[in-house]
Design a protein around this ligand. Structure first.
Ligand SMILES: Cc1cc2nc3c(=O)[nH]c(=O)nc-3n(C[C@H](O)[C@H](O)[C@H](O)COP(=O)(O)OP(=O)(O)OC[C@H]3O[C@@H](n4cnc5c(N)ncnc54)[C@H](O)[C@@H]3O)c2cc1C
Length: 423
């Protein structure tokens, strides 16, 4: 395969599918490369997923977690951005098909389409659960919760039927962060917003199938998390599996029926559905297996990065988790490697720099576990969480905005995003 210009002097085309951390990281590393870079995403914005729960609970407004993708390439002359849905990838023909754009052939492909929710076939989940994976999901959940409280204010009778109860499924970071943030919204803001609504009857229940919350963390963090959730009034049910969901009820396999008009699904992910059509043997969770340079084996011109890839850590020999820092670093590595190949330079295997595993349970209550096993909890961990996540935001302007929003919310307890806008 030609690495640099072809016989006609044409620059190689690097087609980047997906404008998440991984796709943006790859495309930006190609800024100085003698390549034509094309980025395609179905949205015209880059989503900062780690803060979606803050949009869902009114702490942040939408633009704080959705940044225009075009804006990120203003200074990159060799890059073009298109908003369109990728519909098929033909690895043999080296060509990608879209909803509306003409099909695009590529010399190098960066497959960075991320993951999507996995309901594991639970009855009613696809129709009635609220996942939290996209900006639209976050806004939908926020609007639903706000409408439930407004309805309870008008018709207090619905409270007894569970109108204000929320069941959050999944004892990992997404479920715990969402349950904690909802509890703070309920106790810190809604009690004042709705003085006539009996807030004591509004329950937030976290349901986890396994024996404990946060299985990826050490015991001291798990104990801290349980206490922090209990302090916020979140009821935790472990060893319970959701069997079915209707708009008003959640039924567990044990037979327990929870009256709740909202079920937040934070229990599982799988690789983007398009991976099924690539004709590849997939890894666990429908992720694409890659070699040490993040290429699909036998397809040296195709790189899979971020949540959609199963990347094995060189140090631990374990598959890396689906995290923002893994996505950004793997995307950047793919972009740099492609630039090196185009320039006929030597390439290197991917090495992940682990900044620790972390999550937030609420204001001033975060947890961090470093690579060596050291743990942090509470305010220090919140600060570490903030520092690591600010670094993932795409521009300095976004970082400045986030600091102001977070500080404002911390000082005033206000959540200015808690409005619903009819369109
Ligand atoms: C609620 C939540 C909380 C999280 N919290 C944290 C956290 O605290 N810390 C952390 O490090 N990580 C966190 N993560 C994980 C982190 O956000 C992901 O690992 C990261 O976003 C993955 O980046 P990516 O680029 O691989 O995929 P994504 O960010 O998912 O980007 C994929 C892109 O592909 C686009 N796309 C998908 N399908 C198509 C298609 N067919 N056609 C065109 N475009 C398409 C999408 O629009 C999207 O822009 C969280 C994730 C979630 C959902």
């Amino acid at each position: 395969m030609a690495t640099g210009h072809d016989g006609n002097g044409r620059r190689p085309r690097v087609l980047v599918l997906g404008g998440g951390f991984a796709g943006i990281g790859a495309a930006q590393q190609l800024k100085k490369s003698d390549a034509e870079v094309v980025v395609v995403d179905k949205h015209d914005y880059h989503t900062f997923q780690p803060l979606l729960y803050q949009v869902a609970t009114g702490l942040l407004e939408q633009p704080a977690v959705g940044h225009p993708i075009r804006d990120l390439f203003h200074g990159q002359d060799n890059a073009r951005v298109h908003q369109d849905q990728v519909t098929a990838v033909d690895l043999d023909a080296r060509r990608v098909t879209f909803d509306e754009l003409e099909p695009l052939p590529y010399d190098y492909l960066v497959f960075a389409l991320g993951a999507e929710v996995n309901f594991f076939g639970v009855e009613g989940a696809a129709d009635h659960a609220f996942p939290l994976y996209t900006l639209a999901d976050a806004v939908r959940l926020k609007d639903h919760v706000l409408r439930a409280w407004e309805e309870a204010d008008r018709k207090p009778g619905v409270i007894e039927d569970g109108a204000l109860n929320v069941v959050v499924v999944g004892g990992g970071p997404t479920g715990i962060e969402t349950a904690g943030a909802l509890a703070e919204l309920y106790n810190g803001v809604f009690r004042k917003d709705y003085p006539d609504v009996s807030a004591d009857q509004a329950k937030i229940t976290l349901v986890e199938a396994g024996p404990e919350l946060f299985p990826m963390f050490k015991e001291d963090i798990r104990a801290y998390t349980e206490k922090a959730l209990a302090k916020r009034g979140v009821e935790v049910m472990t060893g319970e599996v959701v069997e079915s969901i209707t708009p008003l009820r959640v039924t567990l396999k044990s037979g327990t029926v929870l009256p709740a008009h909202t079920l937040v699904w934070g229990a599982g992910l799988q690789g983007n559905a398009l991976v099924q059509s690539l004709g590849l043997e997939l890894e666990r969770g429908n992720r694409i297996g890659v070699d040490s340079e993040l290429r699909i084996p036998a397809r040296p011109e195709v790189y899979a990065v971020g949540d959609v890839a199963a990347i094995t850590d060189q140090k631990t020999n374990q598959v890396l988790p689906q995290l923002g820092s893994v996505a950004l670093q793997s995307g950047e590595h793919a972009g740099k490697t492609i630039a090196d190949r185009i320039a006929d330079k030597e390439t290197k295997p991917f090495k992940y720099h682990d900044k620790g595993t972390m999550a937030t349970i609420g204001r001033g209550a975060a947890v961090v576990q470093m690579l060596g096993g050291r743990t942090m909890k509470g305010k220090t961990a919140s600060l570490a969480w903030g520092t690591v996540h600010l670094a993932l935001l795409p521009t300095n302007e976004d970082r400045a905005k986030a600091v102001v929003d977070w500080a404002g919310a911390g000082l005033t307890h206000q959540r200015s995003g808690r409005i619903t806008v009819e369109t």
